[in-house]
Design a protein around this ligand. Sequence first.
Ligand SMILES: [Mg+2]
Length: 278
Amino acid sequence: MNLSKSKVLVFDLDGTLYEDTHHFDYQAARLKEKLPESKQDLFEKDYRAAKIGEHPLIIGRIFDVVNDLILVQLDNIVKEAYQWNGNPLSQEEIAKLYPSKIELDFEKMLNVGDPWWISMSIAAHYGMEYKVSYQAFLETREYMMSPQFVMEPIPGFKDALKAVHEKRDLVLLTNSPEPDSEAILQKLGLHEIFALKIFNGEKPTKTVDRFEQIKDHFQVSYDEIVSIGDNWINEIRPAKSLGCSTIFIDAYRLGDETFADLVVQRMSEVIPYLKNIN
Ligand SMILES: [Mg+2]
């Protein structure tokens, strides 16, 4: 992949600009304590199983809260469906339940596109409402803002990105709220390099609108924009469909090389491409 044609680089925040993961256990603990006591051990058991990949709830899938089913989809068409215990549904049952495209949201049809949504989906399975689980998310973000949350920098990344900032426009596009995102950017030393920052981005629902906004803002074409993120459904698939270049941080090895123009497991692998921008 050659980034020399690019004019605007759009970065996701969580799981993209940093690789730390220890806050996911913190979030799981906040969710667990908000469940009725009778459900807490079940939650814990599912969370542990999902963490080691021994659960049908896998990153890259969808959790249908209303039907309590775990789905595999492509472009919003359901291809496979599993009960919580892993039993698959037949194609007839799938056709009956999902005759048309599903609509992803944050309450009923959850995109388990990154680890944030593993514990959130398990909590939803045990009956937690979104407004309660969102509270656990906010408490986690609060923790991440505090000095207790020590972040491990990606070696060489900050300097590489600062050098790119001299030559290209950099955009932050995150689903997270502003105060905690800004605090995290400060911790990473990346708070002054973005020409445009979009918080509460509502990806994937509004990904296409956001990229249109970015295209208009910088007066560029889609093929001059690069989308870089760790959530395939949120920031890679829709950006690719618009004609943007894409870099997928596939930390959990969900896809293959066709999933983006460049597929890497860690951001450190992107650094040589950033250094080649002149
Ligand atoms: Mg992310």
